[in-house]
Design a protein around this ligand. Sequence first.
Ligand SMILES: Cc1ncc(COP(=O)(O)O)c(C=O)c1O
Length: 360
Amino acid sequence: MIAYEDLFQLNKPFLESYKESFSDSLDKGWFVLGNKVTTFEAEFASYCGSEYAAGLASGLDALVLALKYFEFPEGSEVIVPSNTYIATIIAIYNNGLVPVLVEPDITTYNIDPSKIEEKIGSKTKAIMLVHLYGKACDMQPIMELSEKYDLKVIEDCAQSHGATYKGKKTGTFGDFGAFSFYPTKNLGALGDGGAILSNDSEAITKIKALRNYGCHEKYYNNYIGINSRLDEIQAGFLSIKLAHLDDINSHKRKLAKLYQENLKSDFILPVVADQFEDVYHIYAVRHPKRDQLREHLLANNIRTEIHYPVPPHQQIALKNRLKGAFPISELIHQTTISLPISFYHTTTEVEEVIEKMNAF
Ligand SMILES: Cc1ncc(COP(=O)(O)O)c(C=O)c1O
């Protein structure tokens, strides 16, 4: 059986280093906001080409706190892609704000910059874009619009650790880059984790207060914050994995290239474009008979995933809130299938997936 993902196999190369780091934390007896978090924050900011990072408890919290920072009036609008993972939209509602959905480009699956301007109104305060599947959004037109209309830009980088646009890493274009370190991510912890990047030292200082009940100094609260601190133990694991993130990303790119060059033309493959260096958190292809294809692969001992089966506007939780038609999102959700592309998958395994795909 070729699994879609296997977290034991994924982490196996790092087990000894993890154990040492874990023992070190146990010996020191320091578990919350210590040296390992500070060290990881500096390393991660430097890797991404940003000045500062704040380690948080999850990617959702990173999005929630990035919005909370601005203290937008209740009911303000935030532009967001209609095919994102639901967390991006939940973060907007959690701040008393209103998501305004913009359809993606059908070739890149990222927000279509040409459809943003018509959705900007007097209540629009921010664009929360998502570098979906590990491909950067087309940042130039988005940044131009944000300047023209004085909008804040928050990048949801939960799937794009290390992906670049014109040589610059995602998470460094907007006001904040929000990351998830959920175990399956290209940079995944052994539990939940997240981070915010920023070049603004005052902003990151406030984010660090917001993650800690709103205090800069223990027991003195400046804001109504939350508890969303990255664990010391997770930060230790993340520093170890960060040192291998480029290897992880280049292995995934190698597997993607194999798919790209050998899958038959019946499948709609991810676009590859100059100026975009993708990290393939997800390798998504499309086919009109997606469900049958998935069954065929399973019958051949290959597990796949669907990212995602139900678009946000059709989720029970949001059905009555998100009005409008989103046919491009629906088409993607109905036809997309994600193929195995983990760091531990071998080229032989991917060749087997290709063979079975081409036999469909
Ligand atoms: C695009 C996107 N945004 C946000 C999140 C939320 O991250 P987390 O699971 O760490 O809260 C995810 C994660 O799964 C995601 O894929």
